[in-house]
Design a protein around this ligand. Structure first.
Ligand SMILES: [Zn+2]
Length: 279
């Protein structure tokens, strides 16, 4: 029997729900093995304590590739057109901020993910889980579409945390809430996207990402075409009402409310917020 080509190998799905408690291992529903770009590590200061934290928690030959597969599987189908990202370099150095992703000046297909070494030394709790979460979030910026840099930054950040959530890497402080605007970004928007995925069917967020491939950002058309002809503001309102209803049901059932507490938003990026920005 001929060998099965690597692109058609399947791995047992393991669905990670947002309500799952974060764990130290990621739970991707990996269906397809994508070719991944060259992954490189630039460690600027080996004597920094953060270098040791990173190296003792992250397995270079496995974890980074694994996160690329998570991201690609959550953003694309095997036949989707993807950005031509050819390399991702992890640059670990001490600077002001947490993490950001950028393209190199000569060629935007070569990405750099900069993560602050000081940050690694300040993580409390499950260090490996948190580092993998940040890596996952930043890798989304290496592979997502962004309407040629015109997309709503809150949506771009929301997609990154939607992927992180579905990779089983939600941060422990994350709370689902519908305060403020839908495009507040990060997990605030990420949970909203998760809601749309559940409401309008599997692949909804992939379609939203695909809708950012061409042309200028057109919010009205994007959400109407992906979410049953509805306006994003209307969808956000419905989402808020649903969370309220769920909270009431939980209170009536005598369980502790978990969905509408005012959540803290801790940005994982410092400006520039996504790949189309420059340093
Ligand atoms: Zn980001």
């Amino acid at each position: 029997m001929p060998a099965i080509p690597i692109y058609f190998q399947t791995i047992m799905p393991a669905v990670s729900l947002p309500s799952d408690a974060p764990s130290t291992t990621t739970l991707p529903f990996r269906k397809h093995i994508y070719p991944t770009p060259k992954l490189r590590l630039h460690l600027e200061d080996l004597s920094h304590e953060g270098s040791s934290v990173f190296l003792s928690n992250i397995k270079g030959n496995d974890d980074l590739e694994h996160q690329c597969q998570n991201v690609l599987n959550l953003l694309y189908n095997h036949d989707s057109i993807r950005p031509g990202t050819r390399s991702v370099t992890f640059v670990l150095r001490a600077y002001q901020g947490l993490a950001y992703t950028t393209g190199i000046d000569l060629d935007g297909d070569h990405k750099e993910i900069h993560i602050n070494l000081d940050y690694f030394t300040k993580i409390s709790g499950d260090v490996r889980h948190e580092i993998l979460g940040v890596i996952c979030h930043e890798l989304v910026h290496c592979f997502q579409w962004a309407a040629g840099g015109t997309a709503n930054g809150g949506l771009i950040e929301g997609i990154a945390d939607y992927v992180r959530l579905n990779a089983g890497l939600a941060a422990k402080h994350w709370k689902q809430e519908a305060d403020g605007s839908w495009d507040g970004g990060y997990q605030h928007t990420g949970y909203f996207l998760q809601h749309l995925e559940e409401k309008f069917g599997r692949g909804t967020v992939k379609n939203i990402n695909a809708g950012l491939r061409h042309g200028k950002y057109d919010e009205k058309h994007l959400f109407e075409s992906c979410c049953g002809g509805k306006d994003v503001e209307e969808l956000w309102k419905e989402y808020g009402e649903e969370l309220k209803k769920r909270k009431k049901e939980e209170e009536d059932a005598g369980t502790k409310p978990t969905t509408t507490e005012k959540g803290k938003t801790i940005p994982t990026d410092t400006p520039p917020k996504f790949e189309d920005s420059t340093k």
